[in-house]
Design a protein around this ligand. Sequence first.
Ligand code: 1CP
Length: 361
Amino acid sequence: YGYDDHQADFPQLQNDTFLRAARGEETEHVPVWCMRQAGRYLPEFRESRAGKDFFETCQTPAACCELTLQPLRRFPFDAAIIFSDILVVPQAMGMDVQMVAGKGPTFPEPLKEPEDLQRLRVKVDVGKELGYVFKAITLTRHKIEGKVPLIGFTGAPWTLMSYMIEGGGSNTHSKAKRWLYRHPEASHMLLRMLTDVIVEYLLGQVAAGAQALQVFESHAGILGPVEFKEFALPYLRDIARRVKDKLKEAGQDVPMVRDGDHTLHAHICTQSHRCTVCVCVCVFRERTGGKVSLQGNMDPCALYAPKERISDIVKKMLEGFGTRAYIANLGHGLYPDMDPESVGAFVEAVHTHSRQMIKQK
Ligand SMILES: Cc1c2[nH]c(c1CCC(=O)O)Cc1[nH]c(c(CCC(=O)O)c1C)Cc1[nH]c(c(CCC(=O)O)c1C)Cc1[nH]c(c(CCC(=O)O)c1C)C2
């Protein structure tokens, strides 16, 4: 991808608690970050984004870098996630996606019938179509000055497929699910196309400087276990295997975080018997040796509670997950009406309680 030459001169990583927890190693405190930590709950975010088109912002590396760094200036998060969106992948495949204020992402011409697959690029030049994300990652990795690792991410095939067919957010996802029941072969074809692009995209992000990867399967929960096993899980596994194999060849060890809701968790639990901690929303990381690290999953609405109550809730969560091989996070993204001070209280509670628990071991 032509970004490898940057790797050598990235600043030295100072806080590797997130990476060590992801590998299942001991840490001094439980690392913590928040989904949507760059977001509208921060006045500086609203100011930077004001009057600018969402995807144009995504395509501007300096803006992505600034938005990624903003939450780190306020809170001692243990990881950063690059500012972007999962829907840049359907764009790279040739679809038009717009961010409509008050409505969310919108596809003016969603996929309706299998013939519509012909509208997608047959061979996606990932470096050309998504090079702006790689540039944003490289720039941010420099500007973060080694404070914390930088997470790259993608949407998972099923979640992206459902957006491409629904044309935006949906309550029933009936259009996308209609494809699964009515056009299973075309569905698998689309899922394979997405998988191929996603593998290249994730590898490109690592080459550009991403130190961990997260695959968002946000719509796992709308599939029943049988559909999940046919249309989601095989592609998640294929992505993990292909990305890991390639990285191994290059001698790189990059944690991959697999996300989904409690249903995904339940699916995986019954599948693999590798999950020893039973939690609701969590992120599941496959690793050799049959061990996993977990990430999650405080209810973001708990941040509406007073500070002392947040601290109690965090303490109970830490007691449930344990302090090893665990990354504290929320079960969903932060909402725009949340008080930044409560986010600070959450981060502090994770650090303080976990330090104490680890010392007492
Ligand atoms: C800040 C933001 C993002 N996307 C959207 C916004 C809000 C719009 C704005 O602030 O202008 C619209 C935006 N983008 C999307 C939605 C959901 C639409 C819907 O289904 O109704 C919205 C409102 C689609 C999307 N986008 C994402 C997911 C997966 C995670 C999840 O389940 O929430 C999904 C499903 C991932 C995402 N999206 C984003 C990030 C990076 C920032 C960070 O986390 O700090 C990430 C990781 C950035």
